[in-house]
Design a protein around this ligand. Sequence first.
Ligand code: HEC
Length: 127
Amino acid sequence: MRGPWTALAALLLALAPALAAAGDIAAGEQLYARRCALCHAGVAPGTIMLGRRLGKERALLAERTDLAADYVRQVVRQGLLGMPPFTRVDLSDAELAHVVAYLTRPRLPAPQGTAAPRSTTESRGAP
Ligand code: HEC
């Protein structure tokens, strides 16, 4: 039997993957705090290793603006050097989508045009 409910159900089924794939920034922030921050906040292995390899300004994952969604997904699923991989049991695809949404969340618009490295003169506190 076909009716309005069938159409609605079909619509919801069609939308579900898109909604899951979009991810939720607030949910991602919470998941990040629970699953990633132990290595990626403050003085922790992730922060230290990234700081050594990529420089201090790219050490804190949650403050990065250069992370591509595909790259984050790949590192989380496959691991990278000292970073252990997360299986779908550890972190579901929907949860990963939230974390990715958080790490790639829109920030204050950066000035367009010539991308000069930010603030070589201004420093955060005394050395
Ligand atoms: C057990 C510690 C640990 C946990 C937990 C962890 N990471 Fe990592 N992660 C690392 C380390 C260490 C590195 C640095 C690897 C290297 O460069 O040597 C890293 C690197 C990364 C990178 C690469 C950044 C770049 O610029 O190359 C991404 C992205 C990343 N982690 C995302 C995550 C996310 C998202 C989570 C939570 C779902 C997470 N990590 C949880 C240890 C961890």
